[in-house]
Design a protein around this ligand. Structure first.
Ligand SMILES: Nc1ncnc2c1ncn2[C@@H]1O[C@H](COP(=O)(O)OP(=O)(O)OP(=O)(O)O)[C@@H](O)[C@H]1O
Length: 291
């Protein structure tokens, strides 16, 4: 008999367009081969964080696997924070930016192998106005795109292109003041990114200095740009460019928009208009399995 090694699989049945049966097949097969007792929770969209936390406390698994998009990964991360367990990611969302930053972007089979593997890192999180960001959050242009896309009735690439054009015509630069322990920056900005990671889901590296385990996050400040450069940023066609962007590594910062409120998004979820943000790093937030 194997000792009681348990693994919990959390699946979001509606994320992305991957058939979840492939996930079940692969995880059941691997759990059997590795001698794990497998439990499965399918998210409902209601009180999932509390339910996952209770299940982890009751079952006491060695690992929690998450099959979903960034939203589900973030939810599970918050549910297991403070509990000694490793999270394994099986990216089956529509964008999967977080998984890409961990080098998990292949097939369900590859991701499952990594999720059950022995390598892991302890990653930081950024607390922004009391909410948790694991990946990339921002105020300004991209947050407006996230808002427009959430409200759009056309999904997929076509819907995205349509909302990009709308966003380009609507967006306005804004005045921002950034206070850190080292300096105060005041500028007109197109976007201010609060970055724990390096890449957006498109694969574009917006924050080359990003290291999710270094106890710092970056502020990437893109100043006023012409239409073409703005469109490139929005389309994810521009890597970090020091001529038009400034980046600073910090452990905490206060961001104020003194003249007018700016659109705000956390890890791909629109959060409304804000005039002030307080951000600080929480180091070693959770353990994540990596290749
Ligand atoms: N059973 C369910 N029915 C409806 N909504 C659900 C259900 N389970 C979870 N949700 C919702 O799914 C959303 C999270 O989706 P998730 O981020 O995992 O996938 P996605 O949107 O396809 O991917 P991505 O974030 O990569 O774009 C949350 O808003 C959550 O409330």
């Amino acid at each position: 008999m194997f000792p009681e090694r348990k693994v919990l699989l959390v699946v979001n049945p509606i994320s992305g367009d991957v058939d979840k049966d492939i996930v079940f097949e692969k995880v059941i097969e691997t759990a059997e081969a590795e001698g794990y007792d497998l439990r499965i929770y399918s998210t409902t969209g209601e009180n999932d964080m509390e339910t996952v936390r209770e299940m982890v406390e009751n079952i006491n698994p060695e690992r929690v696997l998450v099959a979903g998009g960034d939203g589900t990964i973030s939810l599970v991360a918050q549910a297991i924070h403070g509990i000694d367990v490793i999270m394994g990611i099986i990216p089956v969302g529509s964008a999967n930016g977080l998984a890409m930053d961990f080098g998990v972007s292949g097939s369900v089979a590859q991701a499952t192998e990594v999720a059950f593997g022995t390598n892991f890192v302890e990653i930081d999180a950024v607390s922004i106005n009391g909410e948790i960001s694991l990946h990339l959050s921002d105020i300004g242009l991209n947050a407006l795109l996230v808002k427009n896309y959430e409200n759009s009735d056309v999904r997929g690439k076509l819907g995205y292109a349509k909302e990009m054009l709308k966003t380009l015509s609507e967006h306005e630069n804004f005045r921002v003041q950034i206070k850190t322990d080292q300096e105060i920056i005041e500028t007109d900005a197109l976007i201010v990114i609060i970055a724990n990671a390096q890449k957006y889901g498109t694969g574009v590296t917006i924050n080359p200095a990003g290291d999710m385990s270094d106890g710092f996050f970056e502020l990437v400040i893109a100043k006023k740009l012409d239409f073409i450069e703005t469109a490139k940023i929005l389309a994810g066609n521009t890597d970090f460019n020091p001529e038009i962007m400034q980046v600073i590594s910090v452990q905490k910062a206060e961001i104020t928009c003194p003249d007018k409120e700016a659109h705000f998004q956390i890890d791909g979820e629109y959060k409304g208009l804000v005039s002030k943000l307080e951000a600080h790093i929480i180091s070693k937030y959770i353990k994540v399995a990596i290749p």
